[in-house]
Ligand binder design. Sequence first.
Ligand SMILES: Cc1cc2nc3c(=O)[nH]c(=O)nc-3n(C[C@H](O)[C@H](O)[C@H](O)COP(=O)(O)OP(=O)(O)OC[C@H]3O[C@@H](n4cnc5c(N)ncnc54)[C@H](O)[C@@H]3O)c2cc1C
Length: 561
Amino acid sequence: MKAKLQVQRLSADVLIIGGGTAGCYAALTLSRQSGLSVLVAEKADIRRSGCLAAGVNAINAYIVPGRTPQDYVDYAENDANGIVRRDLLLTAAQRFNAVTADMEQLGLVILKNADGSYAARGNRNIKINGENFKPLLAQAVRSAKNVQVLNHVNITDLLVQKNRVYGAVGFSVWDDVAYDIRAGAVLVATGGAAGLYRPNNPGFSRHKMWYPPFNTGAGYAMGIRAGAEMTSFEMRFIALRCKDTIAPTGTIAQGVRAKQVNARGEVYEDRYGLTTSERLYGTVQENRQGRGPCYLHTSGITPAQGEDLLKAYLNMAPSQTLKWLESGQTPGRADVEIEGTEPYIVGGHTASGYWVNTQRETTVHGLYAAGDVAGGCPQKYVTGALAEGELAAQDILKQFQAAADFPELDAQVQQVLAGYEAIRSAPLPLYSTEELEEAMQKVMDEYAGGISTGYRFHEERLRLADEKIVELEQLATHAAADDARELLTVYELKDRLTVCRVLIAHLRARKETRWHSFNENLDYPQTDEQYCKYVNSRLQNGRLQVFLRELVKEASYEHTD
Ligand SMILES: Cc1cc2nc3c(=O)[nH]c(=O)nc-3n(C[C@H](O)[C@H](O)[C@H](O)COP(=O)(O)OP(=O)(O)OC[C@H]3O[C@@H](n4cnc5c(N)ncnc54)[C@H](O)[C@@H]3O)c2cc1C
């Protein structure tokens, strides 16, 4: 019989769950602007965790000379066909340039023109050497006063009583240690959710996906279980990427103005529209109608442009540069094949995530959300995550209340710990965690609009998807773990299943097709202005309530109900 997990009780003024872009910058802000103690709990190691570890070569959200933050809001609102929070976009956009300047101070290399101005890429981007972005941020956090970093700790549950947060519970992914962490305020910054749908690549390489496979939707799941309101899960994000390497296409499309062409060499992008989802949809349609594969038309670019692309990808997605060099089919010689990824839930690209007020507080008092886990503010990318980390930190300082302690919290902790022990002592189940994960991805792919259906679904398929995910949730209650690593995979599966259920409920609730491919509902193929609203949800008394909210038009939004 296994010894029980050793339990460590820790406390801090502020607990930050997830030491990625937003979490690290929030910790830095709190350290610079207060004497509060901060604890960052990170499931990996903050030096190389999260999206920034997956590669970044531009600041995608920047206000270039001649443009204003308001222009950015208009652009993102148009791209999301109206379903955004303008207050969130504006407050983020107003900070894009300041957080960029701060990162430059910390050592980030930003490419410059001969006159010293930043080298722009298109209307909203500037070019950087992104390789050191995360190590620089992590270094600043590690030398910040009053900040303690707890690497390799996976947080599973929030401690919430009467709709106020008091801390969280998690476990070491290396040792047999559980953590009971109490705090006055908590920031969730765990990124988005990858691995819900079956990806393009089979077998062992199925974890090779665009969004980091380690961001499993844990932050959404713990918030859902704690009764926090979520928004816009049905605005899925599906990336258009270079085939097989999953390298971003924007660097080519914007860098050398390459057009999307089909197998006949016809430019098709203008036929479907130029928003993010329409660019993907056009590619899906061309393939479905037998005119694929589709490409970015790069052949014929100058040798200098080709060289620039090789360098840009070496910095961000080296497999693309290696593929070009190994095959000899460099971008000047051959067009670059493109395809869509599996769908993700990512609040930094689309609007899925926690429903927050303008200061980034969620509907649970004292609980904040920033970066990809926070909803309503699409196209915020890396600077938006930094900006939201800062905004949340500053409101935490304003509203701060010291941690409280009462017996109900201990009971809640005991319940979570009992859950860990049940998995650790469970007999070998019929199906392994990995098999259940594959089954979940298959269900989502076939019934909830994955790659194999051209991202399309209809009511009956969604009903079946929900039914099958519930069955898998049942099977997952028998999951077993021999060590800390396996315990982590069990929780990753459970969190993903929770996110899948909420996602399916949101897809069912939006009875229209507002964003082609992102929510392609075959029963409701048109946009319906009645649905120019947010689809939100909240778990109440064990039942998921899904409801529509009117668009927020005001410059500032507070939770009132
Ligand atoms: C491949 C890729 C390329 C990109 N390129 C660009 C670009 O060129 N320019 C740009 O502007 N933007 C880019 N982005 C977007 C940008 O990087 C992200 O929007 C931003 O970094 C997200 O920050 P975040 O803090 O929300 O999430 P992350 O930085 O991903 O941080 C989440 C952290 O939470 C941790 N975590 C997760 N679950 C738990 C848990 N249960 N307990 C404890 N810790 C947990 C994770 O390990 C991770 O460290 C890119 C994104 C990707 C995926």
